[in-house]
Design a protein around this ligand. Structure first.
Ligand SMILES: [Zn+2]
Length: 271
């Protein structure tokens, strides 16, 4: 893929990228540009952080009940005004609200805060999406110069002990150089407001980040794929460990990585 993107185009595409709306080819060109342009990379990182922050500190808990109430009121008032004495029936479910009416109500709503609240509410991602965004942002940070590994080593016997004392669990660390995924190193990262193990692998020129943290409550779950911001994200859980794998590598090779990793973990009797 030729990297022909310039800073102007990169800036114009960034917000679509942060919203996960770019097609894979453009997202690929953009990430290539970002990998070589610290200014754009910084700008984009800030944008992703802002997006994640809105998700975390937005109106997630407060909005739905209050918002429904306000919408209902606004609808009733607009309904009365538009149809004489006829009010909107009470108890109408939020999901069933007709959007034409909502737009009508919005047009009649007097405060800008109302519109802002609605926009926030509609853009607030689910827990799973928010976690995916954190992973993407972290993966993205790791691609900046010197951010990939705190302990840079292809030797699992160097990387694994490095985590002890830094984490309250022992992450499974295996080298997959034999199967074409050499270990690059490990680093400490923060996901879901807790320290997790991040392991970096390489496949040709592609970087793979594998995130591992324990969650004893989780049942084993097979790999599932999400595509976000032009990256492939695979999640699974196994033996009380939660896994996230992210890369711009193609999906079949990523699935192959997951199989090799799991087989190697079993072979070495790791958790
Ligand atoms: Zn640039």
């Amino acid at each position: 893929m030729r990297n022909d993107m310039e800073c102007t185009e990169s800036h114009s595409k960034m917000s679509a990228f942060a919203d996960g709306e770019l097609d894979a080819a453009t997202a690929g060109r953009l990430t290539q540009h970002l990998a070589h342009c610290p200014d754009c990379a910084k700008a984009c990182e800030q944008l992703l952080a802002l997006r994640a922050a809105v998700g975390q500190h937005g109106m997630r808990h407060a909005a739905p009940a209050a918002l429904q109430q306000r919408l209902r009121q606004a609808l009733q008032e607009e309904g009365k005004a538009a149809k004489g004495a006829k009010a909107t029936p009470r108890g109408r479910k939020w999901a069933q609200l007709p959007w034409a009416w909502i737009n009508f109500a919005l047009a009649g709503a007097s405060t800008a805060a109302f519109a802002v609240t609605l926009a926030l509410y509609l853009s607030v991602p689910s827990d799973a999406e928010r976690l995916d965004q954190e992973i993407v942002a972290s993966h993205f940070r790791s691609l900046m110069p010197d951010h990939l590994a705190d302990v840079a080593s292809s030797d699992q016997h160097t990387v694994k002990p490095w985590f002890s004392g830094k984490l309250d669990f022992s992450p499974p660390v295996v080298d997959l150089a034999q199967t074409g995924f050499p270990l690059v190193g490990g680093r400490l990262d923060y996901i879901k407001q807790r320290p997790v193990a991040a392991l970096a692998y390489r496949r040709h020129q592609h970087v793979l980040n594998l995130y591992v943290w324990p969650d004893k409550a989780l049942r084993d779950a097979p790999p599932r794929l999400t595509v976000m911001h032009g990256y492939h994200l695979i999640r699974w859980s196994r033996s009380g460990m939660e896994y996230r794998l992210i890369s711009d590598l193609n999906v079949p090779e990523l699935m192959d990585f997951e199989r090799q990793l799991t087989a190697q973990i079993d072979k070495e009797g790791l958790p």
